[in-house]
Write a protein that binds this ligand. Sequence first.
Ligand SMILES: C[S@@+](CC[C@H](N)C(=O)[O-])C[C@H]1O[C@@H](n2cnc3c(N)ncnc32)[C@H](O)[C@@H]1O
Length: 236
Amino acid sequence: MTRTVESVVVRLSPSVTLIHGRCLDVLPVECDIIITDQPYGTGWIRGGGKQAGEFKRRKEGADWDVFDLAWMEKAPHRIAAFCPVQGVWDMCLRLPRPHVLKYRKTNPAPYGVPCEPIVSSHAMPNGWEKEAYNGDNSLHPCQKPLDLMAWLVDGLTVEGETVCDPFMGSGSTGVVCVRYGRKFIGIEQDAAHFETARKRLEAELAQGTLDFGGGAAAPTHNLSSEARPSKGENNE
Ligand SMILES: C[S@@+](CC[C@H](N)C(=O)[O-])C[C@H]1O[C@@H](n2cnc3c(N)ncnc32)[C@H](O)[C@@H]1O
């Protein structure tokens, strides 16, 4: 474990590095692409976690949920990020040839949005839309489905490349990177979410997915299943 002025760097394996800190303090990092689910600036507690529908929080303007595209100035030329509808134009203007992808939820909340845009610097090889079931969000209020993240990682990167998620949350992007043989750098400012991600990725690495110090890893797991942290390890 290395401590920088503001950040703590935890190297879980030769291919997985987690950094507890604010991404603007940490970026740029050496990576091929940023794939991220950035904060949306809504303050809503989304998903089915225990705080779902706690609309009071919206007025309080949660500090973990600030929509700010400053990270793009410290990003490599390849990026893909979930984006609020009202932020799509802003993101697109910062890219030379933007592509807007679509995540369609099979189980949108009543009165909730059925789709989320993803702005990408590059086209997806197999269509622009992915349908996925947004599960119970047991690890993070904004937890993204693994098969959705796998669609992005698999479509936008090749084996051995390094993916950075500067808003890592519970580490869903990282889990997919381990399974698909991509290196991963995750950054998270919240201590509880950082711990969730660390334990989740440790469990993932312990399952023995090939670590590709030289060799390659293929997706060896069923993406819908994962080693769940034991009770009490959750952040909720
Ligand atoms: C939308 S959530 C990501 C959830 C993730 N997709 C998952 O599956 O768990 C965004 C995360 O970014 C974190 N965050 C917000 N601002 C940050 C910053 N400046 N630097 C690092 N992390 C930040 C929040 O704490 C939150 O966990």
